[in-house]
Ligand binder design. Structure first.
Ligand SMILES: [Zn+2]
Length: 442
């Protein structure tokens, strides 16, 4: 079973690599044909002109920030693995289980009590890394507007959300494992998908407002956006603005929610820092996520990743418990004290799957870019927004680097797509957008 799983995983990786190779060769040939049919406008020159709006120093800064993130992916995984190993090796996990069993005889509640102790202990042990990563490093690059107190408050709220949501997942998951034994993993993956859909459903209403204030957008910006929404068959009545400037100067917008709570939101930085054409192309992108059903497709693709991952976890747990289970005081896969081991195996799997998961999202983001260009018809506005996103994402990576580390297309890829589109629609060119300088908020 394990070999079969890895063959599927390898095939999936290969497919991902091929798909993206195909994307880049399409880019090259379309650019060549665009150059033939429209000699007056050269895509490559236009791309370089836009990239040059960012000074070398600004580019170097965002490159350093983004590349540091590659290493953090590794350090996060290693730090978590070390903490989990400590919990097992020194019998802390077994002791947390024993304590839960002394407090109550009701098994679901024992699982929940274990979970609360587990998340508190691991959050405290990994906190130095969390502070460096989330506070000092963000400040160093001018990407965080919060004082330590305000940041800390967000962390505590986030921890409370994790305790509650995690319990909602972990309690039925262990129930399943105890009932089904070693064949838990398919049902477990289905439960996980249902959980992700549930979180996505409640997040816009119950979770996001814990961190930011959401207000309905006023008419000047709302009406052109709603007009676009109607034209694209999106039954939106309102567009939401949220005060992301509380945390940072990053521009962003999102489609959040699921089914009844699906909604379009844009942040106040986008509103303050961008022109109407730039906002329109951003909203066109977000509407693309909606029309192309990315929320549903994402859940299905993550489901595939989960099924393979849970099978791997199943194998990893059997392997390790057979050798060290006795020493750790972990009685079996249905014993909640096994959780640190499950986290080591699962996060190891996710670490290895980074390029696959990034490619799943990056591919959808690229589709949304195409949709945004076709619906908003603002290629120059699009290129300017792509530059703003380059404050925290490397603009010009190698193709392999983009494949592995980028969960959104790079600035160069996005601007190239915008200029290629513009070459075929010269009437949409905007001299005002082209002349607009890049204004860093840092
Ligand atoms: Zn997007």
């Amino acid at each position: 079973m394990f070999r079969a799983t890895w063959m599927i995983a390898a095939a999936f990786l290969l497919l991902t690599a091929l798909t993206s190779a195909q994307t880049s060769s399409t880019t090259a040939s379309s650019m060549a044909s665009a150059a033939v049919s429209a000699p007056a406008f050269d895509v490559n020159t236009a791309v370089e002109t836009y990239l040059a709006k960012m000074s070398p120093a600004q580019q170097a800064r965002s490159t350093a920030y983004f590349e540091g993130g590659y290493w953090l992916t590794l350090w996060d995984f290693l730090a978590s693995a070390v903490v989990m190993w400590l919990l097992l090796q020194f019998g802390w996990s077994a002791r947390m289980r024993n304590l839960s069993e002394r407090i109550t005889r009701f098994r679901p509640l024992q699982t929940a009590l274990y979970w609360v102790q587990f998340i508190l202990v691991t959050s405290i042990l990994t906190f130095p890394l969390t502070i460096y990563e989330g506070y000092f490093r963000e400040h160093k690059y001018g990407l965080l507007n919060q004082t330590f107190g305000a940041w800390m408050k967000d962390q505590v709220v986030g921890l409370a959300v994790t305790v509650v949501l995690g319990a909602i997942l972990v309690v039925p998951l262990f129930g399943l494992v105890r009932k089904l034994g070693r064949s838990w993993w398919v049902a477990g993956a289905v439960l996980m998908i249902a959980f992700l859909a549930f979180v996505s459903l409640i997040a816009p209403v119950y979770i996001f407002p814990l961190f930011n204030t959401y207000t309905k957008l006023d008419a000047t910006v709302r009406d052109p956006i709603l007009s676009m929404a109607r034209a694209n068959g999106i039954p939106a009545k309102d567009v939401y603005e949220f005060d992301a400037s509380r945390q940072s100067n990053r521009v962003s917008a999102n489609v959040s929610g699921f089914a009844q709570t699906l909604r379009i939101s844009l942040n106040d930085n986008l509103l303050k820092r961008c022109t109407l054409p730039e906002i329109e192309t951003t909203m066109g992108h977000e509407m693309g996520h909606y029309v192309l059903n990315h929320a549903y497709k994402g859940v299905v693709m993550m489901g595939v990743v989960m099924v393979i991952g849970f099978d791997f976890v199943n194998w990893g747990i059997s392997f390790a418990l057979a050798r060290w289970g006795q020493r750790w005081g972990v009685q079996g896969i249905g014993d909640v004290a096994v959780l640190p081991l499950a986290v080591i195996v699962f996060s190891g799997y996710f670490f290895l799957m980074t390029p696959v998961n990034n490619t799943i999202t990056r591919t959808m983001e690229y589709e949304a870019d195409m949709y945004g260009l076709n619906s908003a018809r603002q290629p120059d506005g699009e290129a300017n927004v792509d530059l703003l996103l380059g404050e925290y994402r490397k603009m010009d990576p190698g193709w392999m680097e983009e494949l592995i580390f980028f969960d959104h297309p790079s600035g160069r890829t996005r601007i190239t797509a915008a200029m290629r589109w513009k070459a075929e629609h010269p009437e949409t060119a905007s001299p005002a957008e082209m002349a607009r300088p890049f204004q860093s908020a840092q």
